[in-house]
Design a protein around this ligand. Structure first.
Ligand code: AMP
Length: 231
């Protein structure tokens, strides 16, 4: 890349202030919020969970390796996860920002992300923690349903499909995901507290942490996020 185009590239990145990380326990609603942020600010929604599930569905090697961990509610090893995200955020559609959902989930992942962005003179702009106590999480996840066809998610109480057990988007069957079953949820919460919660301090130290109350209705959570992101 020549000097002028490199300067232009850096300037574009400088102006882009929409590099967002969603933090929060599994089931806190960060995926729903991430999708809405992506829609409103016209930036890609990058969910590592969705990427792994798509690989699983397509029977790829990565999908097969990830399934072993996902079914137990454990984290897929960092070496299988980091490159995937680093490659994705280099894509053209990420030039105006992106919203990361489910990544980083460990301190080494966060450090890998910080290092990759530092190489291009950048840093993340916002880490938004959607805060929900554990007892609410267990209730919520038992009611979650996912489409076997397109992966859309519902909740039997708060976001029911129009027809019970059937996806509004593609008409396929809705199921309780293996990793949303109560025993797996307990393990995912433990993994969250042990490995992911330390990221709250990590991003607090970087000065970009914002906490929103995730127990209020979804629209109010989104309202709080828009207030902090502005526009
Ligand atoms: P999610 O849909 O984000 O809750 O992710 C579902 C599962 O995918 C998790 O329970 C993990 O097994 C795996 N996973 C997703 N993101 C990551 C990540 N950043 N690091 C390790 N494992 C992940």
């Amino acid at each position: 890349m020549g000097c002028i185009s490199l300067a232009l590239f850096c300037k574009i990145f400088e102006e882009n202030k929409m590099k967002i990380i969603m933090l929060g326990a599994p089931g806190a609603g960060k995926g729903t919020q991430a999708k809405q942020i992506a829609g409103k600010y016209n930036i890609p929604h990058i969910s590592t969970g969705d990427i792994f599930r798509a690989n699983l569905k397509n029977g790829t090697e990565l999908g097969k390796k990830a399934k072993v961990y996902m079914d137990k509610g454990e984290l897929v090893p960092d070496e299988l996860t980091c490159d995937l995200v680093m490659d994705r955020i280099k894509d053209e559609d990420c030039k105006n920002g992106f919203v990361l959902d489910g990544f980083p989930r460990t301190i080494p992942q966060a450090e890998a992300l910080t290092a990759a962005l530092e190489k291009i003179g950048q840093k993340m702009d916002y880490a938004i923690d959607v805060d929900v106590p554990d007892e609410n999480i267990v209730n919520r996840m038992g009611g979650r349903r996912a489409c076997v066809g397109c992966g859309a998610t519902y909740h039997i109480v708060s976001i029911p499909p129009k027809k019970e057990g059937i996806c509004d988007v593609c008409g396929a069957e809705l199921i309780l995901r293996e990793d949303d079953k109560p025993e797996t949820v307990q393990n995912r919460l433990k993994v969250y507290h042990d490995q992911t919660q330390p990221l709250i301090d990590y991003y607090k130290n970087q000065g970009i942490l914002h906490t929103v109350d995730g127990t209020v209705p979804m629209e109010s959570v989104f309202g709080a996020i828009v207030t902090l992101l502005g526009q």
